[in-house]
Design a protein. Sequence first.
Length: 69
Amino acid sequence: MVHVKKCPYGNRSRPETEFWIDGKPQIYCAGWYDRMTDEPLEICAKCADWAYGEQCDKDYEEARENENK
């Protein structure tokens, strides 16, 4: 479930544990933000590791469905 890829900025932002699966944390990147607009950088918002992105939501929903089986 956890997506690991190299950040184009060289360092990932603050890691965040979003949810747990079978006692294992699912860690995503908090991303980098534009200090002028307080919006996430476009490249961060498109990253599969971004904690507030679609992939994280999909992984969470999949984990919840599997938990209820």
